[in-house]
Write a protein that binds this ligand. Structure first.
Ligand code: PRX
Length: 667
């Protein structure tokens, strides 16, 4: 069902009085307080951090460049770890980990401090200083958080690359940031297989002139079958052995770079989103506190990988800055411990893995993505019903619009009809949640992210940048700066200005369509640019097209995202094959082979999440008279819809033939 047409839903879920009575965000007056003076609102959150030197100016805004909390110095690892050590949280659990095979581990804040300090000293020993860039290519184990925090401790700028990305993506990102060091692991477990991180790193590092050292965490052991390069590669456990667990936290300027995180751009090359120290930490601290209503008694589980912004802001920095207990899981949600047979049972397929984890660990807050909710919904409620998941008290969703059916299923079968659902809209660029209900305060509606977070000024405008009336679809913009906003694109300020600030003068353009209803609630309608949201991951159609044309057989390619029941969108590639490379007419075996080869080619170049679902081998692509590929028509073809307006097409017959092709080629 199309999400765009469902925003008129009348279903409203008011907050439960018991939840309201204990809500961190207090009451609805917080919206007015923040709107009255948004700088003062954010400053009140900055004041909850520990500063080495207090800031003297809240905001300096020279559009499109913002500086927050000027003159202040602080350290992120100090705020996420050290400051809890003098409180009751010293011996509180900071991280609970479960591996895919069923192994578990936990660290208190005091233990986390030892690990972070040791590893920070290791970084220094390897010559990593303030401002140096470090690439992380890590599994979802506590060491990912430890490495990130250690970087912040010494003032190094981390760039985490998702473990599912290819060697080429890792190389491109490491080179763009000029990383001196890569931190990785021998591998990790995913659906019973080893994901060979170190082998992929070896392939990447061969083309990374700035990388001097590689640190390898031993997650798998002998089975990983890796080789260590003398002088370049070091085992994590060897490096930390005997190293002091005291490393003073580097005082960082409020605006010093904190991390770079690459995200897909609609014109191909990934964009290095740059976040800085104080503003980012303020934004994630405030949003984690209000949106997830974090309490000392909670066990909070965000299922995102640390390779994404959600993993940065809501697995590591936001929760730890709030002194929360965070749960981390290594593997796949449909794999692992066989239900009821104890931790030693042989791992295998297990669609109840999430619910088994929630029952055993007594998880209270679950934050996940619509694509996973839709998969669970398809598998059926029998799996959650096998487990006692009544410890849950709050549910969250992020990454793409959540369709009302999935929202209602989540509400009924996971939340037992009594957990507020926070549908959170935000981006890598925004650093922190921007539009979301405040649990206990905001009425929720299935499919609506509801209200801008206090202090965030979001609006909907038309193509000219004029505000539209409520009920009219338009383009989402943010009118005022906010502390956790990206500061620029690494090494490319021009592109920063062009991508986010050139569409409308003085307004931040996130690239999403939206509509606001009569209650002032926002409904997100998906991207308005060439980015697909595949299982919640941003994938650029241009990037996929460029990688396809690198294959010798491909003359031209057009990629579109077609609606997909589970993934939201799925990439479909229409490909023109060079003369001499195409399969002979009627040779379906050769055509299947070529399609499989092209899928593999893209997956190898960009990573498995970019593997096209379908490849259509075509003689031509529908183009306007000025030569632009008409993607809208390709989408119509892929989704089997009646043809749209083809009057501007150079050759309308192309579409008819493509349509025919699609029904025979779909694989
Ligand atoms: O299109 C929006 C969609 O994801 C994009 C941002 O992707 P990324 O930078 O990878 O960050 C994802 C996690 C924050 C947005 O431009 N998106 C994210 N959350 C939602 C959403 N669309 C609708 N509703 C959401 N809750």
């Amino acid at each position: 069902m199309s999400i765009g047409n469902e925003w008129q839903q009348e279903l409203i879920f008011p907050p439960a009085p018991e939840f309201t009575a204990q809500a961190n965000a207090g009451d609805a007056s917080i919206y007015a307080t923040a709107a009255d003076d948004y700088e003062a609102f954010w400053a009140s959150w900055a004041d909850r951090l520990e500063w080495f030197t207090p800031y003297n100016t809240v905001l300096e805004w020279n559009p499109p460049h913002a500086k927050w909390f000027l003159g202040g110095t602080l350290n992120v690892s100090y705020n996420c770890v050290d400051r809890h050590l003098s409180t009751h949280r010293r011996d509180k659990t900071a991280i609970v980990f479960e591996g895919e095979p069923g192994d578990t581990r936990s660290l208190t804040y005091a233990e986390l401090s030892v690990e972070v300090n040791r590893f920070a000293n290791v970084l220094k020993k390897l010559g990593i200083n303030k401002g140096d860039r470090v690439t992380l290519y890590m599994p979802m184990t506590p060491e990912a958080a430890i490495a990130m925090l250690a970087c912040t401790r010494v003032g190094a700028v981390h760039s985490v690359v998702f473990g599912g990305f290819s060697a080429e993506s890792l190389r491109e990102r490491s080179n763009d940031s000029g990383a001196k060091l890569i931190i990785t692991a021998d591998g990790y477990w995913r659906r019973g297989h080893i994901v060979p991180l170190k082998k992929t790193t070896d392939e990447a590092v061969a083309g990374c002139p700035t990388v001097e050292n590689v640190i390898v965490l031993q997650r798998i052991g002998v089975d990983a079958g890796i080789t260590m390069v003398e002088g370049r590669d070091h085992w994590w456990h060897d490096l930390v052995a005997g190293v002091s667990d005291e490393c003073p936290a580097e005082p960082m300027d409020a605006e010093d770079p904190l991390f770079i995180l690459y995200t897909s751009g609609s014109t191909g090359k990934p964009k290095g989103i740059l976040h800085t120290t104080a503003g980012y930490l303020t934004g994630v601290t405030a949003t984690t506190n209000y949106v997830f209503d974090i309490k000392d008694t909670d066990l909070y589980w965000c299922t995102a990988d640390v390779g994404w912004i959600t993993g940065h802001s809501y697995v590591v920095y936001g929760p730890l800055a709030n002194g929360a207990t965070v749960f981390m899981y290594e593997g796949s949600p449909d794999w692992g411990r066989t239900v009821g047979e104890g931790a030693g049972a042989a791992p295998g397929p297990n669609r109840a893995r999430l619910w088994d984890i929630i029952e055993r660990h007594k998880v209270t807050i679950l934050y996940t993505a619509p694509t996973l909710i839709r998969s669970c919904m398809k598998w059926g409620e029998v799996y959650p019903q096998k487990h006692d998941i009544s410890s849950l008290r709050l549910l969250g969703s992020v990454g793409e619009p959540i369709n009302p059916e999935a929202w209602l299923w989540y509400h009924e079968f996971i939340g037992g009809k009594n957990c507020p659902i926070v549908d959170t809209w935000w981006q890598t660029e925004t650093g922190a949640i921007m539009i979301s209900p405040l649990p206990g305060i905001t009425n929720t509606k299935p499919g609506s992210a509801t209200k801008p977070f206090p202090g965030i000024c979001a609006e909907i405008v038309d193509e000219q940048g004029n505000p539209v009336k409520d009920g009219q679809k338009g383009i989402l913009v943010i009118r005022k700066p906010w502390p956790s906003m990206l500061r620029t694109l690494w090494g490319n300020d021009e592109r920063y200005k062009q991508v986010y600030w050139s569409k409308f003068e003085g307004l931040y353009f996130p690239g999403d369509g939206a509509v606001r209803d009569d209650d002032g609630d926002f409904w997100l309608l998906g991207r308005v640019d060439d980015i697909m949201l595949v299982a919640g991951h941003n994938i650029s159609t241009m990037e996929m097209e460029s990688s396809l044309v690198e294959h010798a057989a491909v003359a031209e390619a057009a990629v579109i995202g077609k609606s997909h029941e589970i993934k939201g969108q799925a990439p479909v590639a229409f490909v023109i094959i060079r003369e001499g490379y195409g399969p002979a007419a009627g040779d379906t075996e050769a055509a299947d082979k070529l399609r499989a080869e092209l899928k593999e080619f893209v997956a190898h170049k960009l990573g498995a999440i970019c593997r096209p679902d379908d490849i259509i081998l075509s003689a031509e692509l529908p183009k306007t008279r000025s030569g632009k590929i008409m993607r809208r028509l390709l989408r119509d073809v892929a989704e089997g819809r009646v043809m749209g307006d083809t009057t501007t097409l150079a050759d309308p017959a192309v579409v008819a033939s493509l349509r025919e092709k699609y029904s025979s080629d779909e694989s």
